[in-house]
Write a protein that binds this ligand. Sequence first.
Ligand SMILES: Nc1ncnc2c1ncn2[C@@H]1O[C@H](COP(=O)(O)OP(=O)(O)OP(=O)(O)O)[C@@H](O)[C@H]1O
Length: 401
Amino acid sequence: MLATASPGLQAAARRLTLAAPAAAAQALCVVRLPRRRPTRSTSLRAVASAAAAEAAPPAKEGAEELGFQEMTSGTRRRYYMLGGKGGVGKTSCAASLAVRFANNGHPTLVVSTDPAHSLSDSFAQDLSGGTLVQVEGPDAPLFALEINPEKAREEFRTASQKNGGTGVKDFMDSMGLGVLVEQLGELKLGELLDTPPPGLDEAIAISKVIQFLEAQEYSMFSRIVFDTAPTGHTLRLLSLPDFLDASIGKILKLRSKIASATSAIKSVFGQEVQQQDAANKLEQLRERMVKVRELFRDTESTEFIIVTIPTVMAISESSRLHSSLQKESVPVRRLIVNQVLPPSTSDCKFCAIKRKDQTRALDMIRSDPELMGLNIIQAPLVDMEIRGVPALKFLGDIVWK
Ligand SMILES: Nc1ncnc2c1ncn2[C@@H]1O[C@H](COP(=O)(O)OP(=O)(O)OP(=O)(O)O)[C@@H](O)[C@H]1O
């Protein structure tokens, strides 16, 4: 779990961790996770609040105060997207937020749009089927979904090879993209997938977002949490509706030009109605894209939460991510600084150095013009992997307060 400067220090840390976990936790200044399956006992709550109390106070200068109360209030649907650099704890934070919402009475859906999913690992449950799976444990219904672009692409290719247009259409219908196929039917889409165009994975994720907006199946969820892919992918996902909107806009313009030029001929052959119908559908798709774009930018219903760790590299990337999100007008109000060493009176040398580094990194956040205005939530480093609902509940109770 810890990278160390010297082999001796590493061995000492390992000895401590293996031989005396409680002492190791104290010495390495991490928050201990309860080993027993937690119930709603006072003891677990006590552990959680003690851990929270141990964590350093958040840096909030200049930022509005935002708590979990504000996130959980109201039954109108809200979307939370968690994103940041690879490996900083996006999935753990997203899954723990989803558990927290469900335990506060919200029917919740947590969706991974990261092609390298770890939601299954986080919940210790297989969610890889590409369909909604109920997560056992929380009070209100909690469902999880891993969007699997690899599988979707493979199915698409098979469908296009075996069944021609009909197979492709069935598949795309199931992805909420049937309208696109009707419009692009003449193109050999299957061939495109041998060299997938950039943004295809994101397009698949977007189509799922469209489904959330419209399908009855998803209407029960009052909170939808997205565990997004590392920064680059996420930015493409967020800018895709604009891109598609512009492309569809161009196609529509082109179509209307062609339509007016050929309408006389078409009407003779009885194809005028069909042409108009297709244009209407394309217009409908464009409207949907506008909806998705508005959703990403709607401060009432959507929030992007940046997750980082207290290192210079992660914070620099978070700063750039915030700047890009601002350009896209995506609302960002919170920054989670994960894996912070809680204060300790008995610092070992390793911990003292690590803590100094982290303090420096936290200072960097306070003076970063992109990040300083955000509400900063510090999440402590805990002493084991956060897997399964009880562990996620534990983390969620500490982080989301
Ligand atoms: N606060 C924490 N304390 C201890 N371990 C943590 C903490 N947060 C996350 N981890 C661990 O760090 C690892 C990476 O976490 P996670 O999978 O949530 O990150 P991620 O940002 O989603 O990664 P990826 O970019 O690969 O999807 C996991 O093993 C997780 O258990």
